[in-house]
Write a protein that binds this ligand. Structure first.
Ligand code: BLA
Length: 528
C-alpha cells in the first residue's frame, strides 16, 4: 500500500483561490455598480484594453469607458430576472477612448457573488470582463459552429464509457486545437486518472497515468462545480492586481470565483511549469451533482481561446456529462436487475422450504457468482458454515465479532483485510477482502463474502509518496518536479466492493433474518 506523505498538505487546500484579487494580463476586469454602473474596481492594466488608466476609470460611470450600446446591454442584464445561472453573457463593445489595434472588445459579465455582493441585493454589482478580439471574430464563429456540431454528433451513440470519452477528447481537440486534450476521471479517494487522450504525435502520452488527490485540492474541486470552464492563457503571464475607488476601499476581498480572467493559484502555476505546460483549458464534468472528472487541455505555447470556442467547449462538456450520467445509470439499472433477480429466486426457494444455505452457496446462480467473490460464510450464533476460500471455520466467530465491532450501518467493508491491521492476530487464509453484514439490531446472524488477492499495478505520474517538495529554509511547499512514470505494484489487496454488491448482500441478510425469525434458518444450518 502507498505510504502516506509525511508533509502536511493542508496548506494547499486552505488557500482561498477565489479571493486572490489578481487577473490574467490579457484581459481587463471591472466591478461596476450603482445607478449608472460606476466603476468601483478595475484591474491595473485598464489602459491596454480600454485606452484609459485605472485611475482615470475609477469612480466614473461605465458610459465613460464603453460605448452606450454595451452599457445598455449590461443595464438590461442586471435587471434580468432570473439571472441565468452559471452563465455569463458575451457581446461586442468598443472602448470610449481609442486603443492600439482597433479596440474591438468582447465583454462578458456576471453578477458579483460572495461577501461584497450582499450590500447590493436589489441592484447587484456586476463583474465585467473585457478581452480584445480580432475584427474577423464572426468568421471564426462559423468554423466554431461546424467543429462543435461534429463534436456533439460524436457523443450521441454508444454505451461504452471509454469510447465516449475518446470521442469527446478528439472532438474538443478539433474545436480548440490544444496540443494535448485529456479526460481526467476522479477515483473514490479523489486521485485521478487520464482515461482518454488526444495529443500531438511528438508528445509522450499521459494515457493511463494516475495523479494523487493533492494535485487538485478540495477547495479547487468545490469551485469547479460552479465555474465549469477555466482558461490559463499564459503560465508565465503577468498577474494583474485590482485597484479600488475610494468608496470601495473598505470592502471585503473581491470574489473572482466566477471570473474567466481569474489568476490561478501560484502552486498550480508552478506545477504546470514543472510539467512544461504553457497554457491550459479545463472544463468540469459534473455527474449527478458531483465533480466526476475534467477535460484538461495543455498547450506548448501561450494560447487565448475566443469566447465562441469557450462557449462551444462548455456545451460539449455539458453534453458529455449528461451522456456519462446516462451510461452510469444504465449500468446501475443492469446490476440492479441482476440483484433483484437473485433476491426473487432466493425468496421462491425459501417459500418452497429449500435450505437457505444450500440455495445461497450452491444454487443456480450461486451468491459467490453474482457478487464475484471466492468465499462465503454464514454465522448464526456459534454455528458457522462456509464455502469456497474463506478464513478457517474456527476463527470465523471471533473474526465476525470483531468486524461487527467496527461495522458502520451494520456493515463491515474492506478490500484490505491484511493491511487494515484489525485482524493481525487471526489467520484469514487467502482472503484479502471481506464484506460482512450484520442485519437486524445486532442479532446473532452474520453473512460474509470473501475475495482473494488481485495484484494491481498503478502507473503514477510521479511518485505519489512525494506529491510536493518542501523548501528547507522557508518550509514552503512546492509541487513535485518529476512527473515521470512511477510504477506501484499493490499486493495483498482484493478488488474493492462495489456499492451494488454491498446493497445486495445486505438485502439477502435481511431476508435471512426474517426467515430465521421463524426459527428455520438454524434448522437449515444444522442440515447444511
Ligand atoms: C488546480 N491541478 C489543478 C487543476 C488541475 C490540476 C487539472 C485545475 C486547473 C484548472 O481548472 O484550470 C492537476 N493538471 C493536473 C493534473 C494533470 C494536469 C493531475 O494536467 C495531469 C496531466 N497542486 C499541487 C500541490 C498543490 C497544488 C502540491 O500539486 C498545493 C500545494 C495546488 N492545484 C493546486 C491549486 C489548484 C490546482 C491550489 C487550483 C488552481 C486555481 O484554480 O486557482
Amino acid at each position: 500500500a502507498t505510504d502516506l506523505p509525511t508533509v502536511d498538505l493542508s496548506e494547499c487546500d486552505q488557500e482561498p483561490i477565489h479571493l486572490l484579487e489578481l487577473v490574467q494580463g490579457h484581459g481587463c476586469l471591472l466591478v461596476v455598480g450603482g445607478d449608472s454602473l460606476c466603476v468601483r474596481q478595475v484591474s491595473e492594466n485598464a489602459r491596454d484594453l480600454l485606452g484609459q488608466s485605472a485611475e482615470d476609470v475609477l469612480g466614473r460611470p461605465l458610459t465613460a469607458v464603453l460605448d452606450d450600446l454595451a452599457v445598455a446591454d449590461l443595464e438590461a442584464l442586471r435587471e434580468d430576472v432570473p439571472w441565468p445561472e452559471n452563465r455569463s453573457i458575451g457581446f461586442y463593445a468598443r472602448p470610449r477612448t481609442s486603443v492600439a489595434g482597433g479596440g474591438r472588445l468582447r465583454v462578458t459579465a456576471h453578477r458579483r457573488g460572495g461577501e461584497g455582493a450582499e450590500r447590493g441585493h436589489e441592484r447587484p454589482d456586476l463583474i465585467v470582463e473585457v478581452e480584445s478580439v480580432p475584427e474577423t471574430d464572426e468568421e471564426d464563429a462559423e468554423l466554431t459552429y461546424e467543429a462543435e456540431s461534429i463534436a456533439l454528433a460524436s457523443l450521441t451513440e454508444g454505451e461504452n464509457l471509454y469510447q465516449l470519452l475518446n470521442q469527446a477528447v478528439h472532438g474538443i481537440a478539433g474545436l480548440t486545437d490544444y496540443d494535448r486534450v485529456m479526460a481526467y476521471m476522479f477515483h473514490e479517494d479523489w486521485s485521478g486518472e487520464i482515461v482518454a487522450e488526444c495529443c500531438n504525435p511528438d508528445m509522450t502520452p499521459f494515457l493511463g497515468l494516475r495523479y494523487p488527490a493533492s494535485d487538485i485540492p478540495a477547495q479547487a474541486r468545490q469551485l469547479y462545480l460552479s465555474m465549469l470552464l477555466r482558461v490559463i492563457v499564459d503560465v508565465d503571464g503577468l498577474n494583474v492586481p485590482m485597484h479600488r475607488a475610494p468608496s470601495a476601499v473598505g470592502e471585503p476581498p473581491l470574489d473572482l470565483g466566477g471570473a474567466i480572467l481569474r489568476s490561478v493559484s501560484s502552486y498550480h502555476i508552478e506545477y504546470l511549469r514543472n510539467m512544461g505546460v504553457k497554457a491550459t483549458l479545463v472544463a468540469s464534468l459534473v455527474v449527478d451533482g458531483e465533480l466526476w472528472g475534467l477535460i484538461a487541455c495543455h498547450h506548448d505555447t501561450r494560447k487565448e481561446v475566443p469566447w465562441y470556442r469557450r462557449e462551444a467547449v462548455s456545451r460539449v462538456a455539458a453534453r458529455l456529462s449528461d451522456r456519462i450520467a446516462d451510461i452510469l445509470s444504465l449500468q446501475r439499472t443492469r446490476v440492479r436487475r441482476r440483484s433483484k433477480r437473485f433476491l426473487v429466486l432466493l425468496g421462491l426457494a425459501l417459500a418452497e422450504n429449500a435450505n437457505p444455505v444450500h440455495t445461497l452457496f450452491f444454487g443456480t446462480p450461486r451468491l459467490s457468482d453474482v457478487v464475484r467473490c471466492q468465499g462465503l460464510a454464514l454465522v448464526v450464533g456459534d454455528r458457522v458454515v462456509t464455502c469456497g476460500e474463506a478464513p478457517p471455520v474456527e476463527v470465523l466467530p471471533a473474526l465476525m465479532a470483531r468486524a461487527a465491532e467496527h461495522a458502520e450501518d451494520g456493515r463491515f467493508v474492506s478490500h484490505d483485510l491484511v493491511g487494515g491491521g484489525l485482524f493481525d492476530d487471526m489467520p484469514v487464509g487467502s482472503s484479502r477482502g471481506m464484506l460482512a453484514v450484520f442485519p437486524g439490531d445486532g442479532g446473532r446472524l452474520a453473512l460474509a463474502c470473501f475475495r482473494g488477492e488481485v495484484v494491481r499495478e498503478v502507473h503514477w505520474g510521479g511518485d505519489p509518496n512525494k506529491p510536493v517538495e518542501v523548501d528547507g529554509a522557508s518550509q514552503r511547499l512546492s509541487p513535485r518536479k518529476s512527473f515521470n512514470l512511477w510504477r506501484q505494484v499493490v499486493h495483498d489487496q482484493a478488488s474493492p466492493w462495489e456499492p451494488w454488491a454491498i446493497r445486495l448482500v445486505s438485502e439477502i441478510a435481511e431476508v435471512l433474518v426474517r426467515y430465521e425469525a421463524d426459527n428455520r434458518a438454524v434448522d437449515g444450518l444444522a442440515r447444511a
